[in-house]
Write a protein that binds this ligand. Structure first.
Ligand SMILES: [Zn+2]
Ligand SMILES: [Zn+2]
Length: 836
């Protein structure tokens, strides 16, 4: 490893006081957390005159690159290795305040993640230090251009004509402009990097590193339409039409989403039909349509009580954890927003976290209606510059109400009073890459550090949160009734084993469900059918040799997608042609088995040809707009039947749906994952909650092969407490969370022998190391042995003591480093949500 490193542990995040004597004193060194997979911080020398701050970013040399990192300490301890100099200071004031620095350190410790990678996740400012190179013309270049223009073609003879023409184009393009970014220049002139490098050597152009020019990056590149004249090929015409339709101005990013080769834009620039300019980034909420009075703030007694408890906790200015357990349709969101409004009126800040799919444009519009300009909305659809702009609005204090998905937990609000996590059990709160943090747990920790109140809300709380409430770590607030006294839907279980015996064949849609659908359609009511598996057929089987068609990169069967006519891996995205013969034995007896949502839609079309049917899954929904469009169509009565995956369980109120059919959700119960029952219970409860939220009572037909399973039984009975007690006993016997801390250690490599060797090395180490009070299971092949080309072996560690568990994991990582196992190939997942 390179010079100037210190261990994370030895550089506590103490903030050095700024000592003002007779001169402004600046320590000689700074420790910087860099976004690299190493559990250390790096020491750099601070050149005279530079003033980095703890919590601010600096640009530093790292190996052959420039990299920006966060300063964690300023000091005068000369390291015993040579240090390099800081290149530039990016922030004169901290971008991470004291509290967020501490929170980052906590995450690094708790999840065993490199501190620099944690900070990178916390700061959505990558758009501001993307490596940017610019070029501008020199006087020599102007002269060369002038000479080339006078002497015509003769001056170009000594070199390849193409390169010389490119040089000419570059000079011509730069002659009238200030510094131009490399990508724009190359798009416009088609000059290769070699040509540009040659021109730099001849001193015709100057190359500038714009990486540290922070404010310049808070701009977006937009394309401006200059002329729509002339004949164009279809790709070019597409771009021109898009521009014209948008009023002549569209961001480059938007145009890049069109299915047109990227070079097309460059061609249009070259022809002078369009121009690329930089404009200040500006996030507008225009185009969002607010619904009339989206929230009813006329509360029932339970809502009023919950709000009062939240407000009291907020004004106490001490940490308080609350679990808001409210059945589906009980008006939790209105309670959240009322709580936030009170915080806003008191001049303080609040953060509301929502699951990935929760933030549709309509929800955003509702939030703007409630909070006006004071709200910042952070969702995964934002581009990097948009995200950065929202971050600055929050940091400046312009937006004190923050609503967003997972990473909004790091929003740089000042004076945090209230943190809310909606649908706290949702698995999208767990980040499945380094740092593998759980936003709910980080939210609780941040609230603790800020002496704020935290509210976890759910109709189906996670076992962990409900356990904490029962143990009085959290106050339990309950909303036991649906608003306006609407009844919970009746759930009827259809045993599919019996259905098979009585009909003599495997059914996708039972007679009972078919009959209920028919009735609803006759009464002009609406139906949702859930099948949590997309595609047409999930398995392709050869009847001759018994082999299935697997993904090239994963030990996973490829799914047949009929409409797009291809085979697809749902884990890595690999695609293949639909086989006519078996890839293993050449037999023609290739069978497509099982049912996905695409086939279900087709089946329903066949059974109910008159019905207007749509499907909602990742194949039909590209963005949250599509998602909302489908739900709106249902809401406005343009659809009779909506088929879909778990996405349909998560929408907002649809008033006309009186029947929900559940098909094949129980297959998850067979997964080798201790959370399978909990997840199935949650999904069933959520989707059941879609039925009958309007004035008509709803019904759910739940088809299952596991009709006796407690997750199915308790979901049918709307009995959360019953499920919780039963599941808790299982967790207790098996020493699973919440009775123990759990970590999954995954060892992976694209070479099987390496994966085996490394897991063997670690297995032996776990065996011979004394670790009292910790159970180590493994090494074992991961349930998905091969994923995205990597072979995977894993260990599951459980302990009643989190301290002991983390200490062991830390020692293991040190040992793995000694054994030269790359840090990126040993994945430590603390509080793992998936063990697959
Ligand atoms: Zn075969
Ligand atoms: Zn795959």
């Amino acid at each position: 490893m390179s010079a100037g490193q210190r261990t994370q542990a030895s550089s506590a995040l103490s903030v050095q006081p700024i000592i003002v004597l007779f001169f402004r004193y600046m320590p000689e060194f700074c420790d910087v957390a860099l976004p690299v997979p190493l559990d250390i911080v790096f020491t750099y020398r601070v050149p005279n005159g530079m003033q980095p701050v703890v919590g601010g970013r600096v640009l530093v040399p790292f190996r052959q690159q420039r990299m920006s990192g966060v300063v964690v300490e300023l000091h005068d301890h000369k390291p015993n290795v040579q240090t390099k100099n800081v290149i530039s200071v990016l922030d004169s004031a901290p971008v991470l305040d004291d509290q967020l620095l501490k929170l980052g350190q906590w995450i690094a410790d708790y999840y065993l993640a490199p501190l620099g990678e944690v900070f990178r996740t916390m700061l959505p400012l990558s758009a501001e230090f993307k490596r940017t190179i610019g070029y501008r013309i020199t006087e020599e270049g102007q002269l060369a251009l002038h000479l080339a223009g006078m002497s015509g073609s003769s001056a170009r003879s000594r070199k390849t004509p193409e390169d010389q023409l490119a040089e000419f184009r570059v000079l011509d393009y730069l002659a009238e402009r200030e510094t131009v970014r490399e990508e724009s220049l190359r798009a416009a002139t088609r000059a290769s990097q070699a040509v540009l490098a040659g021109m730099v050597r001849k001193k015709w152009i100057l190359r500038e590193d714009l990486s540290s020019a922070r404010d310049a990056a808070r701009t977006v590149r937009v394309v401006i339409l200059k002329s729509a004249e002339g004949k164009l090929n279809s790709n070019r015409q597409t771009l021109i039409d898009t521009l014209a339709a948008a009023g002549g101005k569209v961001s480059v990013e938007t145009l890049q989403t069109l299915e047109v080769p990227r070079t097309t834009l460059g061609t249009l620039v070259k022809r002078g039909l369009v121009e690329i300019v930089e404009e200040p980034a500006e996030f507008t909420m225009s185009g969002l349509k607010a619904r009339p009075s989206p929230f009813d703030f006329q509360f029932n007694p339970a809502q009023r009580e919950a709000l009062k408890r939240i407000q009291n906790s907020v004004s106490a200015r001490k940490f308080a954890g609350m679990l808001l357990h409210g059945v589906t349709g009980s008006g939790k969101t209105a309670v959240y927003l009322a709580g936030m409004r009170a915080v806003l009126e008191a001049g303080r800040s609040a953060i509301l976290l929502v699951p990935e799919i929760g933030l549709t444009p309509a929800v955003a519009a509702d939030l703007v209606q409630v909070f006006g300009e004071e709200v910042a909305i952070l969702h995964s659809g934002l581009s990097d510059p948009e995200r950065a702009e929202q971050w600055h609005r929050i940091k400046r204090g312009d937006a004190r109400m923050v609503v967003g998905t997972r990473s909004a937990v790091f929003a740089p609000v000042a004076d945090l009073a209230l943190m809310i996590v909606d649908e706290e059990q949702d698995s999208s709160y767990k980040q499945e890459e380094t740092p593998r943090y759980h936003a709910r747990d980080v939210a609780v920790m941040r609230a603790k550090m800020a002496n704020a109140a935290v509210v976890l809300g759910s109709a189906t709380p996670s076992l962990e949160s409900y356990f904490n409430a029962k143990k009085n770590k959290y106050t339990l607030l309950e909303l036991p009734d649906r608003v306006e006294q609407r009844p919970l839907p009746e759930v009827e279980i259809t045993d599919m084993r019996q259905e098979f015996q009585e009909t003599g064949s495997e059914q996708v849609i039972s007679r009972k469900l078919a009959e209920e659908i028919r009735e609803r359609l006759e009464r002009k009511e609406q139906v949702m059918v859930l099948l949590n598996r997309r595609g047409y057929s999930p398995v392709v089987l050869c009847r001759a040799c018994g082999k299935t068609l697997e993904c090239k990169n994963c030990a996973i069967a490829l799914t047949h997608h009929k409409r797009s006519h291809r085979m697809e891996c749902h884990y890595c995205g690999y695609m293949a042609a639909v086989p006519k013969t078996c890839a293993h034995c050449g037999s023609e007896y290739v069978y497509f088995l099982g049912t996905g949502s695409e086939k279900l839609e087709e089946l329903l079309h066949g059974m109910f040809p008159q019905a207007r049917i749509a499907r909602l899954d990742r194949d039909t929904v590209r963005g949250r707009e599509d998602f909302e469009r489908a739900l709106n169509a249902l809401d406005e009565g343009e659809l009779d039947l909506l088929v879909g995956t778990q996405m349909i369980a998560k929408g907002h109120d649809i008033h006309g749906v009186t029947l929900v059919g559940v098909v094949g959700v129980d297959s998850a119960l067979g997964f080798p994952d201790f959370r399978a029952a909990e997840r199935t219970f949650q999904l069933l409860t959520q989707v059941a909650g879609r039925a009958g939220r309007g004035q008509t009572p709803g019904k759910v037909v739940l088809q299952t092969y596991f009709s006796d399973h407690y997750a199915v039984q308790y979901a049918a009975g709307h009995d959360f407490a019953g499920f919780y007690e039963k599941e808790l006993r299982f967790r207790s016997w098996m020493h699973y969370p919440p009775y123990s801390a759990l970590a999954n250690v995954l060892v992976r490599s694209d070479k099987l022998d390496e994966a085996l060797r490394w897991s063997g090395v670690l297995g032996k180490w776990f065996e011979k190391t004394r670790h009292e009070g910790i159970r180590v299971l493994g090494p074992a092949a991961a349930p998905i042995l091969r994923l995205k080309r990597d072979y995977r072996y894993h260990f599951v560690l459980k302990s009643a003591s989190r301290e002991k568990l983390n200490a062991l994991l830390r020692t293991m990582l040190t040992y793995a480093a000694q054994e030269k196992i790359p840090r990126t190939q040993v994945i430590v997942d603390v509080d793992a949500v998936w063990l697959m």
